[in-house]
Design a protein around this ligand. Structure first.
Ligand SMILES: Cc1cc2nc3c(=O)[nH]c(=O)nc-3n(C[C@H](O)[C@H](O)[C@H](O)COP(=O)(O)OP(=O)(O)OC[C@H]3O[C@@H](n4cnc5c(N)ncnc54)[C@H](O)[C@@H]3O)c2cc1C
Length: 213
């Protein structure tokens, strides 16, 4: 039996330069923060993607950016509504425990937090990092949060921390050490932020990570 299920793209939106959200019909249940594998052909190895929609929505959304020399993302970005793709079963353990926590993301690493938020879960604080304001995906929705920080390394503007996420966290005094920290993004970001948090007194077991390698 194939490990893949054939599904149809029912919506596709470009939300930033080289950044897309595609949607398929939801025909399975999942916990916010979980992932699925996607491929354009059952003969190719699937790539993993966080589900980026609420668990009560009709469709499953996936947020991805194009890697110019990548195998999947250029053809996936060129796919149209009505095209077929193949997905794996839902998997993954990056699941919110509903304890007081900070959520920290860069780039497309915001996807699982968007799923959690759209499913009714909330952090004490959300910190989103990227180069430009346009990299702050879904910020119009996250602005509903009372404690939402956007860190832009190469952009300015109202309500923007001008600098990298590591600088923002590094500059903070007395961060809470009795809460959990959820990190999602590139290997470098997760490793750097975890080191910083541990240096500031957060326990290793209070740091829950999802690395997009
Ligand atoms: C748990 C998890 C969740 C993820 N969730 C998301 C998500 O929600 N959104 C998202 O955008 N991404 C996510 N990713 C990343 C995603 O799985 C893909 O890796 C990404 O989209 C690139 O896929 P691709 O096929 O286009 O590129 P690939 O073909 O996989 O190539 C990726 C990069 O690696 C380089 N590369 C390829 N092969 C080699 C090699 N042999 N040696 C050296 N370099 C090589 C390529 O040049 C390219 O720059 C996730 C990853 C993980 C592990």
């Amino acid at each position: 039996m194939s490990k893949f299920t054939e599904v149809t793209i029912v919506n596709k939106i470009q939300i930033a330069n080289k950044v897309f959200v595609i949607e398929i019909k939801r025909e399975f249940s999942f916990k916010p923060g979980q992932i699925i594998g996607i491929t354009m052909s059952p003969k190719q190895n699937p790539r993993l993607y966080s589900i980026c929609s609420g668990n009560n929505e009709h469709n499953i959304s996936i947020l991805f950016n194009i890697k110019d020399d990548g195998e999947l993302t250029p053809p996936l970005a060129a796919a149209n509504i009505g095209d077929k793709i193949w997905i794996t079963k839902v998997q993954g353990k990056f699941i919110f425990n509903n304890k007081p926590s900070w959520w920290i993301a860069t780039g497309t690493g915001i996807a699982p937090f968007y799923s959690m938020f759209k499913s009714g879960q909330q952090p004490l604080k959300l910190i989103q990092g990227g180069r430009l304001k346009t990299d702050m995906y879904f910020s119009n929705v996250f602005k509903e949060l009372s404690n939402y920080v956007r860190c832009c390394s190469q952009d300015k503007g109202d309500d923007i921390f001008e600098g990298r996420l590591t600088k923002y966290i590094g500059d903070l005094n007395n961060i809470p050490t009795n809460i959990d920290y959820y990190l999602c993004g590139s290997t470098d970001m997760v490793v750097d932020i975890r080191k910083l948090l541990i240096k500031k007194g957060v326990g290793f077991n209070n740091i829950i990570t999802e690395i997009y390698f």
